[in-house]
Design a protein around this ligand. Sequence first.
Ligand code: SAH
Length: 283
Amino acid sequence: MDSSLSLPGQEWPRLEPGWVWLCGAGPGDPGLLTLHALNALRQADVVIYDALVQEAILDWAPQAEHIYAGKRGGKPSAKQRDISLRLVDLAKAGKRVLRLKGGDPFVFGRGGEEAQTLVQHDVPVRIIPGISAGIGGLAYAGIPVTHRDVNQSVTFVTGHDQSGNTPQSLNWKAISQGSQVLVIYMGMKHIAQIASQLLDAGRAKDEPVAIVTSATTGAQQVLETTLSMMAADIAAAGLAPPAIICVGRSVLMRQVLDWQGMAAGETPRNLDPLGRGRPAESA
Ligand code: SAH
């Protein structure tokens, strides 16, 4: 039976036995899946999914076996090896394997490692990108990751490395000075340390910061604070991971672009938070 997607004018790839498709599931809201992801869900024999993948998405693969491969940051990397080898075994057993990962598989998701192991074992792979939490999650909070009046670059940073520590290899000074907007993944555990490193590197105490937890899900929370206050404010609010932390003036745009708040009947706090005039005036 051909269970692949059907839309006019478009041929959808077949997920063949023995293949692994390494696929991003987006940040949470099932509607943020790509059509390639949906096509994969419909054909898979096995779906191996991570902690950050919403269970509702699995309902779209009722024919498949669902295997949970969740692990949260800081766990030993040996387990990553187990997951990769499990994918190899399933593919070699002739399954149509869908490896579903939160956000984009190649953004801080170890997707590169998994794909490399597959290729090393002669398993054919297809990569399906996804919407990364650091872009789509911020958009759901009304924060544009770039904005002409704020930043011409953006830096995506991970708050901890494989050992669970703040990455030693990161040059926080260079990062601070090199990019107006920083988007920090996995930053909650070492939030105080990250804040002090950024302040030491010369970022302003009152620089706007937003923390978006469980972005794009029904449990999404957004905290607006400043660099010097963020660690204390996160603790006071009792915020829990997963969280994206955005440092920079683009956070101010939420005052006019909190579209979820507006949909719920709130009025924008400030129509011109950057003080640049309306676009028509400043063009
Ligand atoms: N590949 C993923 C990132 C995996 S690392 C992506 O592209 O989004 C895991 C980290 O991603 C979490 O610790 C958190 O910082 C971030 N993250 C993933 N989903 C999130 C969500 N729904 N809300 C907030 N942060 C999220």
